[in-house]
Design a protein around this ligand. Sequence first.
Ligand code: 4NP
Length: 168
Amino acid sequence: MKNAKYNVLCVCLGNICRSPTAEVILQQTAQRARLNVWVDSAGTSNYHPNKAPDPRSQKYAIQYGYDLSALRARQITLEDFAKFNLILAMDHDNLCHLKDLQAEFKRLYPNQNAAEVALMSEHDTAYLKQPVPDPYYGEAKDFERVIAQCESSSAAWVKYWQNTHSVE
Ligand code: 4NP
């Protein structure tokens, strides 16, 4: 765990398309705003352990200045609820899964702080509470949409953190 003030975990199903894209975009957006945020990502599944992000995600992301090449997929663990302040779901299935894990964490460790859980689009008026659509079986425009939505929602989180003074 890095020595950062506010730790955020982005979560999708496979951790090879949406959440790695969200990780890098949210990290860069927070950094530009000089917020002390550290971002990581994980999948609810273990479909692609240690895999690099999908080549299509990498190809489109780099065109917008986001380098995903160093990332490797992993599955979320209960421990993540102790390590992170906030866990962001890319869609409502992920959100349900995360709420179940959060309940399990609280049952097992009632005296520990548990990460909050929310949608990536929680405060994003352009895509309010909408899922980031899964591009895995899609085409170019679906991967571009992931980038556009992650940029919009990352900007919304940064604004929210600034307005609420939850991260400095
Ligand atoms: P992601 O996309 O959840 O955005 O990483 C997917 C990646 C892999 C699979 C599904 C979605 N899959 O079924 O293997």
